[in-house]
Design a protein around this ligand. Structure first.
Ligand SMILES: [Zn+2]
Length: 393
């Protein structure tokens, strides 16, 4: 069975903030910025070259600092400079890149997680120090996972160590795929047995509700700290609410797909300019949330040994899944094929095409009986969409 690696990040909030942390953050930031400038001026994109050419000088300047801080600073500087070059090529970056955040990258020499004693040991210029963290219930699920790198981060909420955990999982050969079409207010699934499941998410109402709340605050309080605090509070509530929704949705989808062993999603990384996700769905926010939901589906699926494939999203909701002809609108959200007279709800068409593309991608011939069975002729109406879920528990 092929195996895959799952990576997830868990946050560990520190109970107290140790002395000298301010200095560590500012020293590290200074080093990263020095390295970015060096990379920028000498056009260095290789981590090894950057390290080789700067290490001796930095070592001399910061003799107390554990050497691995210099390694991770090089890694961060390389990544930041590469990201900057990429943005610049697209005309989206000006001037020189600057690192302003209070973030320190830690490798396995710089920190050690001690789950038993709820502490993290950190190497600092003053030697190893032991930091107590606030235990969270979800930390327990990483018990048998491998600890990778980590990030020491300061936010207005406190200081955190964000640890990347990884796990090898066996993913079996899928016998079929469940096609998943993510939409603003519903998720539609095309099952290999010809059925469709639509889950109404109410995501649009949730978003609209918070949008209205934020507007009200913005109108009432023009400036000041209170305004900022309230906006942040509701922003966080919205994120938590959506996150919770995504986890429940992902659980449901993975459960439905488990017996087939495969899930097909749209590859959303390459469709920045697609009409479907920009004009109709008002842009970046939704793409962000689709990606977020997809990543949750992906890791939950892998944990259960279910394969996830990403298919080309072009025209998934405008081509006929039966004959490949072009579909025309035929009333509210209904699409009709002028070639073979097939007619269906656009979400049904989307999820169906996604499933068929996964089969072709996987090299499985698409049989004619792969077409939905439970339909009135070629027509799939709202009533034929099975199991209209409004809860996802
Ligand atoms: Zn057709």
């Amino acid at each position: 069975m092929p195996s895959e690696t799952i990576k997830l990040t868990a946050k560990f909030k520190l109970k107290t903030i140790p002395d000298g942390l301010d200095k560590l953050f500012s020293t590290y930031r200074g080093i990263v910025n020095f390295l970015i400038t060096y990379a920028f001026e000498n056009n260095v994109t290789s981590f090894y070259r950057l390290k080789k050419e700067t290490y001796k000088g930095l070592r001399k300047e910061y003799p107390e600092l554990p050497s691995h801080y210099l390694y991770t600073a090089c890694q961060m500087a390389t990544a930041i400079f590469k990201g900057y070059r990429k943005r610049k090529r697209k005309g989206k970056a000006k001037g020189k890149p600057v690192f302003k955040k209070e973030v320190i990258m830690l490798d396995d020499h710089l920190f050690k997680l001690d789950s038993e004693n709820k502490t993290i040991k950190l190497s600092t210029p003053n030697g190893r120090i032991s930091l107590e963290f606030c235990p969270a219930k979800y930390h327990e699920k990483f018990k048998d996972w491998k600890v990778g790198q980590a990030w020491l981060v300061r936010t207005p909420k406190g200081v955190f160590v964000n640890v990347v955990f990884s796990k090898e999982v066996k993913v079996r050969e899928p016998s079929a795929f469940v096609g998943v079409d993510l939409n603003e207010n519903n998720v539609t699934l095309s099952l290999p047995n010809g059925e469709f499941v639509q889950i109404i998410t109410h995501e649009r109402e949730i978003r609209t509700g918070y949008y209205v709340k934020r507007r009200r605050i913005q109108r009432k309080l023009r400036t000041g700290r209170k305004r900022k605090e309230l906006l942040e509070k509701y922003g966080e509530r919205e994120r938590n609410r959506l996150n919770d929704l995504y986890h429940k949705l992902a659980n449901k989808i993975v459960k439905l797909a488990e017996k087939y062993g495969g899930i097909a999603l749209e590859d959303l990384t390459e469709i920045r300019d697609s009409i479907k996700y920009s004009a109709e769905m008002n842009g970046r926010l939704h793409r962000w949330s689709f990606r977020k939901l997809q990543s949750i589906i992906e890791y939950k699926a892998k944990l259960r040994g279910v394969r996830v494939v990403f298919v080309n999203p072009a025209h998934t909701s405008s081509l006929c899944p039966v004959c490949g002809g072009k579909l025309s609108p035929n009333g509210h959200r209904i699409l009709k094929c002028l070639n073979c007279r097939f007619e269906a709800d656009r979400d049904v068409v989307g999820s169906w095409n996604i499933r068929l593309r996964a089969l072709r991608m996987w090299g499985v011939p698409v049989p004619p009986e792969g077409q939905p069975m439970k339909m009135g002729g070629w027509k799939v109406s709202r009533n034929d969409v099975y199991g209209l879920y409004t809860s996802y528990g």
